[in-house]
Write a protein that binds this ligand. Structure first.
Ligand SMILES: [Zn+2]
Length: 386
């Protein structure tokens, strides 16, 4: 049996020449007659309750995915909808103005909504799998992808679509809970082994995020050497560099950091000390960012979301600086006061100033009132960029 994923068909393509039978309540054809929406044996349209059909349109307008749709290609080339009749019929009925949605507080038919919303609906691309095979093959496949009660996740669907020697070998390695490496891997990967999340991670890393292309390209390979070698290189690099295992390590895209930094030499002791110090630093809000911060040379403090000064501290410091400046007849921005231009005795308003660490946070300066000064926005920006 053959399956192919189509991501290029838009709502407009599918609803071209949409035919709806009002008496029977059935969507009959789309794609200019090439698509049979409701083959005789399928159940009738049950979304026409003013809620589910409206929800389909709302989802599309908000850019939410409306899920996978499955077509079957018959021997004569005609396409039939296997799963997705309800959604397609809702879309077809709406774009032919058969029912209204509430827009800006009033019910609106398709012809009445704004052009940009019409375009948004028409240009939305659907995710459609087309399969081709004997009836029993299709039934068997459909049963596999619709295990009752447990919807397949994305990787499980991909495993079904690209089933073959490569997936079989890859699952033996990465989806096998008796693999003795799982314990080590679980320090750096989150998820459940038998829901294919480790496999997904390994594929994500080796493919730099293009899992589908990778699976399609390697579908008939009789080994998984590249996948395995790359995965082990990433894990060994992380495992070799860091002495301690921190919870946040599980949610890091190590594949990306490996690509960026694995060719750089590091002093292991220094790296581990820096990480431990930052973990102990109460001003670091984003612990997950610590690893990338340290690997990148401890410069990009945005990654750490360092805690900022409290509003009330800023007000206190502003009041004190301003009072002192007014007494001396100089600017309340200490850096402006040192200068020789028009701003040297300018009194800035608090909204024109920002709080600055006197001793930089990265040099051990605390984020509290004892280490806070107010600078005009220009000077604060200039200092921050150094
Ligand atoms: Zn200034």
């Amino acid at each position: 049996m053959k399956t192919e994923l189509h991501t290029e068909w838009s709502v407009k393509d599918i609803c071209e020449g949409f035919v709806y039978n009002e008496l029977e309540g059935k969507g009959l054809f789309g794609m200019n007659g090439k698509l049979t929406i409701q083959p005789e044996y399928q159940r009738n349209y049950i979304y026409a309750d003013g809620k589910k059909d409206v929800a389909v349109i709302d989802s599309v307008l908000k850019g939410y995915p409306i899920g996978l749709i499955y077509f079957n290609r018959r021997e004569d080339g005609q396409l039939e909808v296997l799963d997705g009749q309800q959604r397609i019929t809702s879309l077809g009925r709406f774009v032919t103005s058969k029912f209204a949605i509430v827009d800006n507080g009033t019910p609106q038919y398709f012809r009445g909504i704004s052009k940009d919303k019409q375009d948004k609906i028409l240009n939305t691309k659907l995710l459609i799998y087309v399969c081709e095979g004997t009836e029993s093959e299709i039934k068997e496949w459909f049963k596999t992808i619709n295990i009752v009660g447990v919807p397949l996740n994305h990787q499980e669907v991909l495993n079904a679509i690209y089933s073959g020697t490569f997936v079989t070998l890859a699952k033996e390695e990465f989806s096998n809970s008796t693999n003795s490496n799982i314990n080590k891997w679980s320090s750096y990967i989150s998820g459940v082994v038998n829901r294919q999340e480790y496999l997904e991670c390994a594929l994500y890393w080796v493919s730099k995020g293009n899992i589908e292309d990778y699976m399609s390209m390697h579908r008939h390979d009789t080994n998984i050497n590249e996948l395995k070698t790359y995965f082990n290189s990433v894990i060994d690099w992380v495992d070799g560099l860091f002495d301690e295992v921190y919870t946040e390590m599980k949610s890091i895209d190590w594949g990306r950091l490996y690509e960026l930094y694995h060719k750089q030499p590091y002093n292991k002791q220094e790296v581990n000390k820096a990480v431990a110090d930052l973990y102990a630093d109460e001003f670091v809000k984003n612990k997950k960012g610590i690893f990338e911060y340290v690997l990148g040379g401890s410069t990009d403090s945005k990654l750490l979301e360092v805690r900022i000064f409290e509003e009330r501290d800023k007000k206190t410091v502003y009041a004190r600086q301003t009072k002192e400046a007014q007494e001396k007849g100089i600017s309340n921005c200490p850096l402006c006061a040192l200068g020789n231009d028009n701003n040297k005795n300018r009194i800035w308003q608090i909204k024109e100033m920002d709080a600055d660490h006197v001793t930089a946070w990265s040099k051990g300066g605390a984020t509290d009132i004892s280490n806070c000064q107010m600078l005009c926005k220009t000077h604060n920006r200039a200092k921050g960029n150094k």
